[in-house]
Design a protein around this ligand. Structure first.
Ligand SMILES: NC(=O)c1ccc[n+]([C@@H]2O[C@H](COP(=O)([O-])OP(=O)(O)OC[C@H]3O[C@@H](n4cnc5c(N)ncnc54)[C@H](OP(=O)(O)O)[C@@H]3O)[C@@H](O)[C@H]2O)c1
Length: 277
């Protein structure tokens, strides 16, 4: 029996659907009844007999973390460390998700899985702490770094661009940040594939290919309003509280050595958009 923490978020929903589809037995626990920062909730993990604990809970408000770093790190760092300790005590495998933001974002070649932490912002610092505490806990674990998550549900860039593109004649989207989009459904299914293959430690999972936000937006908007003029602009046009990396491409080679090539983001994007009304 697996434990799925936070089945209602973007990735949690994808995991829940996947486990149901595969007929795999699991329990799902949702916030606020299950609060990762509470000892009472964590006791359920240490006292359970779960084969895998799949953690989809997180503070994901990247800009909000700049002014509330302590709260963000309490969840993304310290509580994750406590969760890992509970998994170690119970003999459960911890499956956890981290981010490209643990890296500085100034590289010109993809970040390797063993690249040094040098987080670009407060959210990245909290997620880096979570990674470190998992490694120190002694828990058997699979930590998967990912980036630019999107799904047919939830609050995400694809659904936002789809709506804006349908309503407007022109859009401006930043063209000086390069990365790898990731379908949450692909991430869940690649996670399960890695677990089935016995993978442990830290790996990266994203869609294949790479692009800028402008290229990604243009691909989305073309499906709803080909007449909308999607114009490139620089990040200076949209100042935000948290620094965003100029280059955050995660190296997929170790993952692809296990699973084969990751599907291209254009294919995963088409699959996700086909599910949106
Ligand atoms: N989104 C991205 O672009 C992105 C990029 C890189 C990495 N990641 C990582 O990928 C993972 C999944 O992200 P996501 O986008 O699916 O997140 P999400 O949609 O924001 O979902 C996060 C979930 O965590 C729950 N939660 C909040 N506080 C909690 C607490 N104290 N205890 C238990 N659950 C709590 C939320 O519940 P409520 O909704 O009720 O608050 C929500 O269901 C995270 O580890 C994230 O850091 C995401």
């Amino acid at each position: 029996m697996d434990l799925l923490i936070s089945p209602d978020g973007m990735l949690g929903r994808a995991w829940k659907a996947l486990l149901e589809d595969k007929g795999l037995p699991f329990e799902a626990v949702s916030y606020p009844e299950f609060d990762l920062t509470s000892d009472a909730s964590l006791k359920r993990v240490s006292g359970g007999n779960y084969g895998r604990v799949i953690n989809c809970a997180a503070w994901t408000d990247v800009d909000g973390a700049e002014t509330k770093e302590a709260q963000a790190t309490a969840l993304n760092g310290d509580a994750v460390g406590q969760l890992a300790a509970c998994c170690a005590a119970a003999g459960s495998v911890l499956v956890h998700y981290s981010t490209d933001y643990v890296f500085p974002g100034d590289a010109t070649v993809p970040y390797p899985v063993d690249g040094a932490h040098d987080p670009v912002n407060a959210y990245g610092r909290g997620k880096a702490r979570g990674e470190t505490l998992i490694r120190e806990s002694g828990a058997e674990h699979l930590v998967l770094r990912t980036s630019w998550l999107y799904a047919p549900w939830g609050k995400n860039f694809v659904l936002t661009m789809r709506k804006l593109g349908a309503d407007r004649d022109t859009l401006r989207v930043v063209n000086d940040q390069r990365g790898r989009p990731t379908s949450a459904q692909h991430l869940a299914s690649a996670s399960l594939g890695l677990l089935d293959a016995g993978a442990r430690g830290t790996l990266h999972v994203t869609d294949g290919g790479e692009c800028t936000w402008h290229e990604f937006a243009a691909a989305v908007v073309a499906t709803v309003n080909p007449d909308c003029d999607v114009r490139p602009c620089s990040s200076d046009a949209f100042p935000r509280p948290a620094v965003r990396p100029a280059y955050s491409v995660l190296d997929l080679a170790p993952t692809e050595a296990i699973l084969g090539p990751m599907p291209h983001w254009r294919d995963n994007l088409a699959a996700v958009l086909s599910q949106v009304d």
